[in-house]
Design a protein around this ligand. Structure first.
Ligand code: GRG
Length: 301
């Protein structure tokens, strides 16, 4: 039976947005910084990472009240990364999700502090007893998230992304950068529910690898739509990768080879982990529907 992933993503987004807004309101004040935090995190967004958290939580039979907190921590981190990414010293974009970016709506100092505070609130959420009763589980989550945010993760990947501008970069260096800046948070999103459910190491590793692969496919799709989609669809300035001399997998090996590489990695992963994909069919649908969506897009030009 064909599972329509888009419908599930939208259903989960509605549930998540309601929960997240209420949680932020209960944790924040009514000052400028709090307003900017709400603006920068409740301004749309597909909520794909919360969706992944929900899928793996359903598999692991995690209660909604617990997994929504994991999703809230993840999305706070994601919002922080986008707000900082838009800053003039980084990717310099005046728009995000079709609206003014935080430094344009407020000012640059507020945008920096908003990103910092959203980063911090993720740890406040994770470290609360309401996320999990066992402090060892909470510590494991915090340790994992802090590792994927630092020099081996998002910040390190973003640094490589900036250093690679207008440089001759090899395919493996691009892949390393993608793993750090994009896949790491997807990997956390898919494996955190298994940590919460105290699953064994083998299953946690499978969930991590699923998230890493999903992140790779997602980033390549993002690179393609930067070239093909309009401002209306992207919600930010299109064609910026080329203008800024960004090194992407597409710029290094071309669109066709990048897509073949994705397909090769997906097929290999599906084969090796057939036992899990037979049990949890939705995971295969998620991987394959994402690919088919952007393969269609790649045929546009
Ligand atoms: C450490 C100062 C400092 C800054 C860090 C971590 C960081 C800045 C940037 C992260 C890099 C980044 C923005 C990666 C791109 C990942 C990506 C494809 C984002 C777009 O995600 P979507 O499409 O966005 O899920 P929506 O708007 O739907 O949530």
């Amino acid at each position: 039976m064909l599972i329509n992933i888009n419908t599930l993503v939208i259903q989960e987004k509605i549930r998540f947005d309601k929960f997240y807004h209420k949680l932020l309101k209960s944790m924040l004040r009514n000052d400028t910084l709090s307003k900017a935090m709400i603006y920068g995190s409740m301004n749309g967004g597909k909520r794909i990472r919360p969706f992944l958290v929900s899928v793996f939580s359903n598999i692991a039979k995690i209660k909604q009240s617990n997994y929504l907190r994991i999703a809230a921590a993840v999305e706070s981190i994601h919002s922080y990364s986008l707000i900082h990414d838009d800053l003039p010293s980084m990717d310099n974009d005046d728009y995000r999700r079709g609206k003014l970016s935080v430094h344009k709506k407020f000012d640059e100092a507020t945008a920096i502090l908003t990103g910092d505070a959203l980063h911090d609130i993720a740890f406040e959420i994770l470290s609360s007893k309401e996320t999990h009763i066992d402090q060892n589980v909470r510590l494991q989550l915090i340790n994992k998230l802090s590792k994927i945010l630092g020099s081996y993760g998002l910040a390190g990947g973003q640094s490589l992304d900036l250093l690679f501008e207008n440089k001759n970069v090899k395919k493996n260096e691009i892949l390393k950068m993608y793993t750090m800046k994009t896949s790491a948070l997807f990997s956390f999103s898919s494996s955190a529910p298994f940590i919460l459910a105290k699953k064994n190491k083998k299953l946690i590793k499978f969930a991590e690898e699923f998230g890493n692969l999903y992140g790779l496919v997602f980033q390549i799709a993002d690179d393609i739509i930067d070239q093909t989609d309009s401002f209306k669809k992207l919600g930010k300035t299109p064609g910026k990768d080329k203008k800024q001399g960004k090194s992407t997998l597409i710029s290094v090996i071309g669109k066709e080879k990048a897509l073949s590489y994705c397909n090769y990695k997906i097929n290999k992963f599906l084969k090796i982990n057939r036992i899990y994909f037979n049990k949890w069919k939705i995971l295969e649908h998620i991987l394959l529907q994402n690919v088919s969506k952007f393969i269609d897009k790649s045929n546009i030009n």
